[in-house]
Design a binder for this molecule. Structure first.
Ligand code: ADP
Ligand code: MG
Length: 334
């Protein structure tokens, strides 16, 4: 069964950025207002994320990395509303099958922090011969997850990564997306051993200030805020749009559906089409779009690495959003 688990995990986590995305979502779900990320070798050697969220109870540590361990399902109906979150209770389990995972965590009521090591879904001793029980350590409230040697037991996968800097760039891109979306959370991301950070966003930075820090001043100075909704199609949408004075070489679309970063080629194409009548030929927009849809109407592809999302009344919702974008752009144009 461990071989099966390992293969399944390797399909869910194809690159370090996929593990990091899950860990960031967990930290945000835990109510963290600060996420500190440290990376070595594009995340293949080390991915470490430290949050100041609610922490994990000591008693929950033993089963933390078993499949389907989740504190986020209260009742059966929730199974429906979790649709947007993709798979549930599988991220930490998956990571523990293809990396060395350790967790240091402290809840508000606990007097100490607890550290635990995992291997293939179970608590494991930090060194051979030692106890696998969680150990008390000093620490602040929150959780630190350390993922080392990702894919150490899938050598073919490991060898397939030719450039650690490509993997690091994917990580920076994903951290930047969440940093724009989670506008009350501080984010930092850096390479291990380096003092300079690749991303450093303070908790009080506004969303457009975050865009300025991550994507530069020329886009940030041209942003339009928008928000629209339609009860018929059970959605609300809000975000930031570049106007016709700004034009990029490639479309930058930061798309969140129910607070998860996803891809939708239909939304991307329609937004590009909408902008095409406002931008010079070959020009592309910057769009941050946060869409909330009744979760029962969202269908996440079962394959978690394909972040393509489908939802009911997709055509109507996309059309409504693009109509709104068109009117915003037209209002500036005249
Ligand atoms: P899921 O997020 O789908 O519940 P995960 O495998 O990602 O599944 O996490 C399992 C559980 O571990 C979560 O439900 C949560 O209770 C706990 N957990 C994981 N990461 C954190 C964190 N950073 N802070 C607090 N609790 C966490
Ligand atoms: Mg999770």
């Amino acid at each position: 069964p461990n071989v099966v688990n390992k293969i399944a995990a390797g399909e869910i986590i194809v690159a370090p950025v996929h593990a990091l995305k899950e860990l960031m979502e967990n930290a945000v779900d835990a109510g963290a207002t600060s996420l500190e990320i440290v990376v070595k070798d594009g995340g293949l050697k080390l991915l470490q994320i430290t949050d100041n969220g609610c922490g994990i109870e000591k008693d929950d540590l033993a089963i933390l990395c078993e499949r389907f361990t989740t504190s986020k399902l209260q009742k059966f109906e929730d199974l429906q509303s979790i649709a947007t979150y993709g798979f549930r209770g599988e991220a930490l389990a998956s990571i523990s099958h293809i990396a060395h995972l350790s967790v240091t965590t402290k809840t508000k009521s606990s007097t100490v922090a607890w550290r635990a090591y995992y291997e293939s879904g179970k608590l494991s001793p930090p060194k051979p011969g030692q106890s696998s029980d969680p150990k008390p350590v000093a620490g602040r409230q929150g959780t630190q997850i350390t993922v080392e040697d990702l894919f150490y037991n899938i050598p073919t996968r490991r060898r397939a990564f030719r450039s650690v800097s490509d993997e690091y760039n994917k990580i920076i891109d994903m951290v930047g997306r969440y940093a724009v979306h989670c506008a009350h959370v501080a984010f930092s991301c850096k390479k291990q051993g380096e003092s300079s950070t690749s991303i450093a966003i303070q908790s009080h930075a506004t969303r457009s200030e975050r865009v300025r820090q991550i994507h530069g001043g020329s886009v940030a100075s041209e942003l339009l805020e928008f928000s629209t909704s339609d009860a018929r199609w059970h959605f609300t949408a809000e975000g930031l749009l570049s106007n016709a004075n700004y034009s990029a070489k490639k479309t930058i679309l930061l798309l969140f559906i129910n607070h998860r970063c996803v891809e939708s080629s239909n939304i991307r194409k329609s937004i590009e089409h909408t902008y095409s009548s406002f931008l010079p030929k070959g020009g592309h927009p910057f769009v941050y779009l946060s869409l909330q849809i009744d979760p029962e109407r969202v269908d996440v592809n079962v394959h978690p690495t394909k972040r393509e999302v489908n939802f009911l009344n997709e055509d109507e919702i996309i059309q409504a959003i693009c109509e709104h974008i068109r009117s915003k752009l037209a209002a500036v144009d005249t």
